[in-house]
Design a protein around this ligand. Structure first.
Ligand code: PRX
Length: 660
């Protein structure tokens, strides 16, 4: 029922078109390029760029990146592996910091670091950033870090996090940032998998007025990680912390005597810039690899075109740097463009629901990029909060992370965007590195649609057999051609890389990327993303695998088996529901439900806290033993379960309670 209503709502909204104001179109970065090239319409421009993508990216590579040595070949595409800008030499940190520090921008503010405590503001110019990055890079070298080594970073939203990342990039080390909202167990798994030499963390950070003691969590994690030789600790909150003098070193002691100059490694464009772990269908997170060359080109170009950044703009992407959105659009994209960005440490509702809007007013934020879940939270808190602040400075808005319901879209435009501003609904993934499906400032918008594939990218909707589906019909979102910022591989797991993205359509058209989302196009060619096809839940935009939560649940001593589903939620998009089968002889109780939820939270981190735990005697499975989450979800949501005759235990379906 709920889904039916949602579908009807989308169909109704679809007819509304929000045209961009003339002034925005005329002054947009993309329009300047179109005029130079002689394109008359957006459609013609998008199509030409996507069809002639090698030529297009060649031009973009020369526009957006500086190369130590020019490349000889734009693309070497041997599906499923692409090599971009072959023969060149490049470095992302050079493009993000060095080149600006050596220009007039050295006194321009790169980051405004807004701490959660009121009044705690630290500004870093490009010159400051250059010195800090160099000192820290020298510090890393002094600890024996070399090109190709992995460095794990477990830090909150403070400017030292990008400094640590850039220092790694500068010397060719590969960073693996782990979201500070993940548990120590999650950090341990990722440090061990990456075989990192170094862990970088903080004593603590502020969250809703309290200190989160991150160093303690980091300590717990690395005690099981034999490859970690040193841990660098930035002093943020100043409370007493446990200290291992053979291993731990304060950030300020490490950089104290380091020179403010450090040579930037001239790297092959395919040299890995970072690994970022993300959830997939199995319990083990996969390490997505991204490369220097592709990032130097794709990330600034998409930011410049979609969010139309101008030299004087203040940009605020509210994501956490621990996720891809922060990597691309707080760190590498805006820095590469020489932009000024906000980094905010704290919670959006602390000390009250006006905090974000006060930051926008105080620092004159011009472009805001956030997530549907945050918008829905603010909707709930009430429009009186944004109404208190003067946000005339805003000129463009954006959203990412999950499908945005038209109601939230319209609220965002009305209450944050004065009923005037365009909203860039960007569809993309950890794997893609950049926006893929997205409006431009010149695009007429439909609330809830990410509109079209960006210039240089090709998207389609295919059926299971690999045929493009007609307008209006649902199917799998695919990406047809390679692009510079695409993932390069899974760290140490190329087989899984192939199986996950490429195998499905390999025999139909090798090199077609299965995105893992379902969606459709409408009669006007607009894309509508409808959510994941695989077993991935989006909780407040965070990507969590059903099977990760299931493994966490069964690691509780009283749980024998578990099935996990995502239940639609008006604020968070989805919430986690656990169906647990208890071990023989264990008594059911409300206490035990709470204890299982707490155990999952402790195992994976606060992001994975289940909304509810239900006890069941059995869960439906296929004959090969695979848990049928789709069937469980349908039954729990009170929807038709479809044909269950092939299940090994169809009677288990009856035992699943209806939870809505
Ligand atoms: O399901 C899509 C959803 O987020 C998934 C990617 O998650 P992650 O790798 O964590 O990256 C999130 C930030 C890029 C996608 O497969 N998603 C992301 N953006 C949108 C979206 N769904 C609908 N509309 C979007 N704009």
């Amino acid at each position: 029922m709920a889904e039916e209503t949602a579908k009807t709502a989308v169909l109704l909204e679809e007819r509304r078109l929000f045209h961009p104001p003339k002034e925005l179109v005329e002054n947009s970065n993309v329009m300047q390029w179109m005029k130079k090239k002689g394109f008359k319409t957006e459609k013609e421009m998008r199509e030409w760029c996507s069809k002639n993508y090698v030529e297009f990216w060649d031009e973009m590579a020369k526009t957006y990146a500086d190369w130590f040595e020019p490349y000889k070949q734009v693309l070497d595409w041997k599906p499923p592996y692409a090599k971009w800008f072959v023969g060149g030499k490049v470095n992302m940190a050079y493009n993000a910091v060095d080149r600006h520090a050596k220009s007039w921008r050295r006194n321009k503010v790169a980051y405004i670091g807004v701490g959660e405590p009121l009044g705690d503001v630290r500004k870093f110019t490009y010159g400051d950033l250059y010195r800090e990055v160099n000192k820290f890079a020298n510090g890393l070298k002094s600890l024996g870090v070399e090109k190709g080594d992995r460095v794990s970073i477990y830090m909150p939203m403070i400017p030292e996090l990008p400094i640590a990342m850039l220092a790694c990039a500068k010397i060719g080390a590969i960073h693996s940032v782990v979201f500070s909202g993940f548990s120590s167990k999650a950090y341990a798994d990722r440090v061990i998998d990456a075989e990192s030499k170094i862990s970088i963390t903080v004593d603590g950070f502020w969250r809703r007025g309290k200190i989160v003691e991150l160093k303690k969590q980091a300590d717990e994690a690395i005690q099981d990680a034999p490859t970690v030789k040193h841990q660098i600790v930035y002093k943020r909150t100043g409370q007493d912390i446990p200290w291992n003098k053979d291993r731990d070193i304060w950030w300020h002691d490490l950089v104290k005597d380091q020179p403010a100059e450090c040579e930037t490694e001239q790297l092959d464009p395919e040299h890995r810039l970072f690994i970022l772990y993300t959830s997939g269908t199995t319990g083990k997170p996969k390490g997505i690899e991204h490369a220097h060359g592709g990032y130097c080109v794709g990330v600034p170009q998409t930011l410049h075109w979609v969010f139309d950044l101008k030299e004087d703009d203040v940009w605020w992407c509210t994501a956490d740097i621990g996720w891809i959105t922060g990597h691309s659009y707080i760190v590498y994209g805006p820095l590469s463009l020489g932009a000024t960005s906000i980094i905010y440490e704290g919670s959006p509702d602390y000390p009250d629901f006006g905090r974000w809007w006060s930051i926008i007013e105080e620092f004159g934020v011009n472009v805001l990029y956030t997530a549907p879940t945050a918008i829905r939270m603010f909707m709930r808190a009430g429009e009186q909060w944004p109404a208190k602040y003067n946000m005339k400075c805003l000129r463009l808005l954006g959203t990412v992370g999950e499908p945005i319901n038209p109601e939230a879209w319209v609220w965002y435009r009305k209450n944050i965007g004065r009923d005037e501003l365009q909203i860039m609904d960007t569809w993309w993934q950890t794997e893609t590195g950049t926006f893929i499906g997205s409006p431009l400032p010149i695009t007429p918008l439909k609330p809830g649609s990410c509109t079209f594939a960006l210039p240089g990218y090709s998207m389609d909707v295919w059926d299971e057999a690999g045929k493009p589906v007609p307008p209006g019909e649902g199917g799998n979102i695919v990406i047809l051609e390679p692009y510079p910022s695409m993932l390069r591989d899974f760290y140490k797991d190329p087989d899984r890389y192939f199986r996950t993205y490429w195998e499905t359509y390999w025999n139909v058209r090798a090199g077609t990327y299965l995105a893992g989302d379902k969606g459709r196009r409408d009669e006007d060619g607009y894309f509508w993303i409808q959510g994941r096809i695989d077993d991935v839940i989006k909780v407040a935009g965070h990507r969590i695998g059903n099977s990760e939560v299931e493994s966490a649940a069964v690691s509780h001593p009283k749980v024998a088996e578990a099935a996990v589903i995502g239940k639609p939620d008006p604020v968070k998009g989805e919430v986690i529901i656990v169906f647990a089968i208890l071990r023989e002889g264990v008594q059911e109780s409300e206490e035990l439900k709470k204890d299982i939820a707490k155990h999952i939270r402790e195992t994976l981190g606060p992001v994975a806290m289940p909304e509810a735990v239900y006890f069941v005697k059995d869960v439906p499975k296929t004959r090969s033993g695979k848990i049928m989450r789709r069937v469980i979800r349908a039954k729990a949501m009170g929807q038709p379960v479809g044909d269950i005759s092939t299940l090994a235990n169809p009677e288990a379906v009856d035992a699943i309670p209806k939870i809505v």
